[in-house]
Design a binder for this molecule. Sequence first.
Ligand code: ATP
Length: 763
Amino acid sequence: MALTEKELEQKHMDDVVAKIKQAEKRHQSEINKVEQDRKDIMDDFKNNVRIKTGSYAGIMETGLTVRQQQQLLQERENSWQHATQRLEVLEKLEKKPYFARIDFTENDGKQESIYIGLGSFADTPDHFMIYDWRAPISSIYYDGKLGEVTYDTPDGPQTAVLTLKRQFMVEDGKIITLFDTDETVGDQMLLEVLDESSDIKMKSIVTTIQKEQNKIIRDTKSDLLFVQGAAGSGKTSAVLQRVAYLLYRYRGNLSSSQVVLFSPNQLFNDYIDQVLPELGEQNMVQMTYYQYSQRRLPKIHVETLQERFDEDNQPLRRKISALKSSLTMFNATTNYSDYLNTAGMRFRDIKYNGEIFFSKKDIKKIYYSFNSNYNLRNRLSATKEKLIKILNSKVGELAKQDSIQKQIQDLSREELNELYGDEPRNFVNGDQELKFLARSYVMKQLRPVQRAIVRNRFLSINKQFVHFMRNIPELVDLAKFDLTLEQWNDDVDMTISRLKNHKLTIADVTIYLYLYDLITGKRGEVDIKHIFIDEIQDYTAYQLAYLKFGFPRAKFTMLGDLNQAIFTKENSHTLLDELGTMFDKDKTKVIQLTQSYRSTQQITDFTKEVLVNGEKVTSFARKGPLPTITIDSDEEKLVNDVVMQLHRNDAEKMTTAIIGKTLAECEKLTEELKQKGAQVTLIKTENQRLVPGIIVVPAFLAKGLEFDAVIMWNANRNNYHDESERQLVYTICSRAMYRLDIFAVKELTPLMDRVNPELYEML
Ligand SMILES: Nc1ncnc2c1ncn2[C@@H]1O[C@H](COP(=O)(O)OP(=O)(O)OP(=O)(O)O)[C@@H](O)[C@H]1O
């Protein structure tokens, strides 16, 4: 009897798996061999090399042998790493060799059939049994319907005629199902994947990347790739795939340490950190903007997410923030630094033993003695050079003093040895030796002065920052930001008192850092080639301009949802315009993702009605229960209802997050729930880890995360009444994949007034 299509495919898969197993064996024996080699080199070294330090030649000889041995070990280490990485990929392929097959005819009429998997595999050097999903040809699978298709290769675009697209669901080397499809990655496969319940770790989407997402993943031309995507449209997923793609495409020229992802919080970092390893790649550098700025200023406390969230709710603070966050402010900082080239620098005395060694007046004189075509960087280094020169001549003078010579004669042998340092002790005569010792002695005494010069301690960045802030009314038209001079000055006073306590707000800290970089002539991190910024709507134009300055050679990928601007709110819509002025238009690409994959149709339809004039969102045809709204007259009753809902979710084995507005509210609720016997974990700070089970989390920490079921805690008028909170409500509701239950005491938030009552169930 003829074999079915599935049986034929299984036979092929068995064949591939057998070959993979053989390759694994080869790699394993190579690893064993390298490990043995390594051991032999170490043993050989222990047995045969004697450390000779008696003579100069002996030291040299020992040094050379050690170096040789290190080189040998390094070579082994490299091949060990290479073989182990490859083995890891093979082990993954053995379980799931591929997930798709495409048949196509190329221009020359040649018929081809290829299989696509997580990594490539060839049984002989030019016979690929599996193609990596990132190979140029694999693009067809994600992009095209049957018929004529085009794909990019390093040699330019190629065309082909696609005749078959087949998908496999595979478990442990066995094909569970297979479907042939004409869709761009068939809905059926996508539905199956989306129906899986959520996890505390994000998964890769390699088998079901959608056409629009594929554009994001494979873009190599843009300097700025801006992705506006609805909640749950796969921005984060696509971008992680993109990192894997770039690492593959530029293998050898791009390493994971040259890729930096700025993410909204630490919790989110934790959530996504398995995706790249799952794809066989190393994680890129991940940090939050807060960590980035805090790392530069360890002695200053930068305001936390919670503090920022609370503060931004006051109207005047919001206006001040709008100014401080603008490109206008960024340009004002740059202009101010130009002005510093001619006047206005603030300096500090360099002191020694409590006395002024270099006065700020003298330093200033030196600083401005260089001609006008010096920039701040040259001016500073020339000043330092000059100060060191003066210091050296002072050392010379002091060394001649009798008192110093006397002090030297009183030194112990050890102290003298220290003064000789590594210098060979072949002095022409005793006089010269004494001169040498005296110089070393004075130099050692004055080392703090030298250090102060080298470390720019004579700059006064705090005073400079305040000076700049005080001068803002001359540099910027305050009226454009609806601010009076008095309001601005009050804010500067507050900044000063914060600084006295070693504190800065997140808006101030970027200005502070930029100013510091301009003054010290810092060039930025030129090694970094790609910067990814997730949740871009929470960044300010100032911060983005600063990141561009800080990573001058990097290409930027920015992802966000202007509907979810929690911190920057209405300003987020001007962000795109401002970005337009920062990047070359020809090298900017904007991609919009409108399809939401995370949530059921019922949840997406409900949440998008919360928005007014929002960005476009379309729901994905996955069915689930209607969102519910429960309103109780008092909090006690409401907590009881939540507990009941938790039981129901638990019975359906769903992960649940209870999302409240503020941390204080979440703390209170956690206590109440625990008293009623519910087992919940409160997520208080971004540095905590996600845990399985029910969590209670304040909204500003829930960014980017998703859960099977979301309980929105106390969505009442009191908590959410301001228009500016609309986006926050949207973010909370859009975390839900399958169930959304909203609870409120007394009166529901008016922000939900416009939602069509047919889209939810009132309990
Ligand atoms: N092509 C895809 N195939 C399978 N699942 C997908 C695909 N795209 C997105 N998803 C799923 O949809 C969910 C949302 O994706 P993701 O978190 O990347 O969206 P997002 O746009 O970053 O969302 P948000 O802005 O709301 O944080 C995830 O569970 C992800 O696995």
